[in-house]
Each structure stands twice: as structure tokens, then as C-alpha cells.
Design a protein around this ligand. Sequence first.
Ligand code: FPP
Length: 237
Amino acid sequence: MITVNKENLPVHIGFIMDGNGRWAQKRGLPRKFGHREGAAAFRKIARYCKKIGIRYITFYAFSTENWSRPKDEIDELMKLFGEYIDEVSDYAEENTRLIFLGDKSAFGKEMADKMSELERNSRDFSDMTLMLAMNYGGRNDIVHAARQIAAMVENKEIRHTDVDESLISGLLYTGGIPDADLIIRPSGEKRLSNFLIWQSAYAELYFTDVLWPDFTPKELDKALEDFASRKRRFGGV
Ligand code: FPP
């Protein structure tokens, strides 16, 4: 169990769930089995974060670039998302708010409607906020905000001089959510891959060689201990 003091825990953690394919390949299994195990790891980590009092968690589940993967892999991921969405509809008692980051319309009307309904029904739940980045890209997030701003200027609701960081932050898919404090990427890759690029401007980055399906609460404890030992200066001294 975590030994870090509560005040040294990150408020918002972002997880890049990488390494599912390699996890499966190492076992001679098709990649989709890795995603299934990855989904199990996601559930365990989300539950653990709530237990230890993390307020905001974001998982990179499907990027705007992932549509170029083979059809059977995409089908499996859509199946896993669908199963999760149906499952969470049943646990309002969890008191967890759900937000989907990205353009939902790509998932078809039925699924997009369920996603919006979950967001609506959970909006007052306050123990934890769980964000799933699905059909998400950090640059696309900024473009989406920029278009809203352009429309506001065009409609003369604001002037160009009103555009500042807080206006942009508020119009991102994460509008109203604190910036990420810690980004965790397993599987040995050391990059952000277009995940929360605006929101992680001052985030601490944690990389580990463990593959996502093997990323257990114990691995998260290690990341949290490492985070607690870092000195965050936010550009100061
Ligand atoms: C990257 O690993 C992972 C993804 C593209 C998908 C992540 C999705 C899940 C873990 C399922 C989440 C499920 C729910 C219900 C939210 P990779 O396939 O690129 O792995 P590799 O780098 O080893 O090939």
C-alpha cells in the first residue's frame, strides 16, 4: 500500500496505456488479447486511484491515429469500449464522474449518445473524475478549441485581445479540469504521442519498461513515490 502523504499525491494523473500488443506477442497470442488484458489493468488502476484519493485520472484509450490499425484490432477495441460503457451505466453508486475526451461522433450515433448520457448522468459525482481519451489527439483538442474561439470572434462575442491561456484551457475537452501533474507511460517508450499536450505543460513524466497489462497498483505506487520525491518549480526557482 502507498506510503506517500496525501498532500504529495498528484491531483491529476494521465496514463498512456502502451504495450498491449507486445504483451500478447510475447505470449504468442493475437494483439487483441493484449487489449483485453489492458482493459482489465485499466479497471484495476482506476479502482485503486479512487481508493487512494486521486481526484482526476485520464486514460489514453484510442488516439485519432489509431484508426489506421487493422480492422479486427479496431473492432476488438470498440467491443471493449462498448462493454465498459454498458458496465458503468450500472454503477452510479461509484460516485465517479465520467468525461470522454475527443470527438464522439466517430463512434456512431448509438455509442456517442450513450457516452453523452453517461457524462450527463455523472456530472455531479464528486469522489473522482475519470476521463477516457477516445478518438483523442492533443493537437486536435487545440484545433477544436481554436475553432470555437474563431466563431466567438466572428460573432463579435469576444475580441481577439480576449484570447488568453485560461480561455483556451476552458475550451479544451478537459475544460474546468486541473492540468495533469503526472503522466505515466509504460512499455519503454519515452514520448507523449499527442496526449494532453497542452494540459501536461508542467507535468512530471514517469516512464517504465513494464507493459501496460502488467501495470499493477504496486507499479503505480512506485510512480507515486517517484513523483513525491520530485521538486516542481513551474518555471520558478
Ligand atoms: C497501445 O498499445 C494501446 C492502445 C492503442 C489501446 C489502449 C486501450 C486499452 C488498454 C483498452 C482500454 C479499455 C477500456 C475499456 C477503456 P499498443 O497496442 O500500441 O501496444 P504495442 O506498442 O505493444 O503494440
